[in-house]
Write a protein that binds this ligand. Structure first.
Ligand SMILES: *[C@@H]1O[C@H](CO)[C@@H](O)[C@H](O)[C@H]1NC(C)=O
Ligand SMILES: *[C@@H]1O[C@H](CO)[C@@H](O)[C@H](O)[C@H]1NC(C)=O
Ligand SMILES: *[C@@H]1O[C@H](CO)[C@@H](O)[C@H](O)[C@H]1NC(C)=O
Ligand SMILES: *[C@@H]1O[C@H](CO)[C@@H](O)[C@H](O)[C@H]1NC(C)=O
Ligand SMILES: *[C@@H]1O[C@H](CO)[C@@H](O)[C@H](O)[C@H]1NC(C)=O
Ligand SMILES: *[C@@H]1O[C@H](CO)[C@@H](O)[C@H](O)[C@H]1NC(C)=O
Ligand SMILES: *[C@@H]1O[C@H](CO)[C@@H](O)[C@H](O)[C@H]1NC(C)=O
Length: 462
């Protein structure tokens, strides 16, 4: 207990520094826990092996994931929405077990560096992890088509790589080979990078987006082609998650778990039941309560609070996982009756499209396009329903790129599979089409991972 106290104090000190909207940063917002130990303060993780709320988060406060920060919300907020980002796994719906992951780390990237998306000051591809320039300490990272972003431990955001559509948010539209600070002095807790746009959540859950918006994907009520500074997403919503995909964006409302999407509707990836573009957040069809959501190139997937997974959007290639090979503009159930804790939707680039999820016991499943081995199931074919990733590994995180996939095991080792043409498996070689997981070299213990179209970034505890 002594070490726990020290840990929380140390983290709270950090949180106090960056609390801008919530006063002292350590005080939980206005609610009482009905049972169990008090909720962790803003900025704190739950120590390894401890459950929150006497065994079930439904007993106590629902905690929400604002990036690496655990934020307490009122009783009645849905339990599984508290799949806390700083926790590396869940043991069952509503029952969290967390690892003592520090909330800040060094960032390493590998793979395609054609636009500087590895952030190392040059444009040379790497097939082993290389440290992002600047000795920054990051708390959360994102990888898009050809750009990368990270949030520093003080909440400032940096982006680098391809910048031609304003996706770096630094007030310019040129590409950057090194981390470049976002304009506006915002303090972020969560960030997501899509094809030509990026989005983030502030500490209070308000959403901002920047970059291309011609399909409405910024959600700012306009369809201006390029906006190169962060602008507010319309509607004044408070989100627990946001995910920037190909030409659309989705988020989960912090208050009740409803999913909203905006942007390109032509493939149904916004889940609105039709094919119209929207430039403001609009409710996904069906009264579902989500805990996780992921936007791919032209499809989206989410996990409900009961662990069932749904996907919607472009379905030619099996990426909806419903056993069909057709597009759906409303959510359809992923086949198999599996109970998921995490999900990722791939294909930030045109071409292929796949999805992967982690079950509550840590097993990873993938479905969809498999030509490059990106399903990790020892095959190179389309799978219309989820198939197990080879090797019986227990995963804590998974991230789908366009034609590759990476994951972190519960012990911190990183594995990748699929296309390695630019080195984005980080396995020290650049062969294409590896259809079972191979280790990312370097021996680091990773705490989070993000896959762009042909590059990968990950955080290493510092
Ligand atoms: C956050 O830290 C970075 C790097 O140390 C610094 O450049 C930036 O000004 C800081 N941001 C704030 C808002 O203090
Ligand atoms: C969140 O904080 C930002 C910046 O401090 C502020 O502009 C916004 O109104 C806040 N949102 C809510 C819902 O309070
Ligand atoms: C969730 O909250 C939003 C915004 O407050 C509201 O529009 C929506 O109807 C709510 N959804 C459900 C299922 O209660
Ligand atoms: C989860 O909830 C959805 C929507 O309410 C429902 O369709 C599905 O059957 C539920 N799954 C399980 C395993 O109960
Ligand atoms: C899926 O549909 C596409 C387009 O109709 C077709 O080319 C492809 O062969 C189908 N794949 C499977 C696995 O049925
Ligand atoms: C996880 O559960 C699935 C089915 O529910 C099972 O097939 C798989 O073997 C389990 N994985 C582990 C690591 O126990
Ligand atoms: C993590 O577990 C895998 C097997 O599941 C093993 O190959 C790897 O060496 C382990 N990594 C560490 C850092 O212990």
């Amino acid at each position: 207990m002594r070490s726990r106290t020290v840990l929380l104090l140390a983290l709270c000190a950090g949180a106090t520094l960056l609390a801008e909207a919530g006063g002292d940063g350590c005080a939980s917002p206005s609610q009482e826990c009905s049972a169990g130990p008090p909720p962790p303060p803003l900025g704190a993780c739950i120590p390894d092996g401890e459950t929150w709320g006497g065994g079930s988060v439904t007993d106590c406060c629902g905690g929400f994931a604002f990036g690496a920060y655990c934020v307490c919300l009122p009783v009645g907020a849905t339990a599984q929405q508290s799949a806390i980002e700083c926790c590396t796994r869940t043991t069952g719906p509503g029952n969290l077990v967390c690892s003592p992951t520090p909330p800040a780390a060094s960032m390493y990237c590998f793979g395609n560096n054609g636009f500087g998306q590895l952030g190392v000051g040059d444009t040379t591809d790497r097939n082993t992890p290389v440290a992002v320039s600047g000795d920054f300490i990051f708390s959360h990272i994102a990888a898009g088509r050809a750009h990368s972003c990270g949030i520093l431990s003080n909440g400032s955001a940096l982006c680098w790589g391809l910048g031609t559509t304003g996706q770096l948010g630094n007030g310019g539209s040129s590409s950057r080979l090194n981390p470049s600070a976002l304009s506006g002095g915002h303090h972020f807790s969560y960030i997501s990078a899509g094809f030509g746009h990026s989005c983030g959540l502030l500490l209070n859950g308000s959403a901002l987006c920047w970059g291309v918006g011609s399909s409405g994907q910024r959600g700012d009520g306009a369809s201006t082609a390029i906006v190169n500074t962060a602008v507010a997403v319309s509607g004044g919503h408070t989100f627990s998650r946001i995910t920037a995909g190909g030409s659309h964006t989705c988020g989960i409302l912090a208050s009740n778990g409803s999913a909203l999407c905006w942007g390109e509707g032509s493939y149904g990836a916004t889940g609105l039941g039709d094919s119209t573009n929207t430039n403001a957040p609009t409710a996904v069809s069906g009264d579902f309560t989500f805990s996780e959501i992921a936007a791919g190139r032209r499809h989206s997937c989410g996990v409900l609070v009961n662990g069932s997974a749904l996907c919607w959007g472009l379905g030619f290639g099996g990426q909806l996982g419903d056993g069909m090979n057709i597009t759906s503009a409303v959510p359809v159930a992923v086949s198999g009756g599996h109970t998921f804790s995490k999900i990722s939707a791939g294909s930030i680039s045109d071409g292929s499209a796949h999805s992967c999820g982690i079950l509550v016991n840590g097993s990873a499943l993938c479905w969809g396009q498999g030509t490059y081995g990106q399903l990790g199931n020892a095959a190179n074919a389309v799978a219309l329903v989820p198939e197990a990733v080879f090797g019986d590994h227990a995963f804590a995180q998974i991230a789908c790129g366009a034609t590759h996939t990476c994951g972190i095991l519960v012990n911190g080792s990183a594995l990748c599979w699929g296309d390695g043409a630019y080195g984005m498996r980080g396995s020290g070689e650049s062969s294409s089409r590896v259809n079972t997981p191979v280790a990312v070299v370097g021996g680091f213990a990773y705490q989070s991972i993000a896959a762009g179209s042909a590059h990968t970034c990950a955080l290493v505890a510092s």
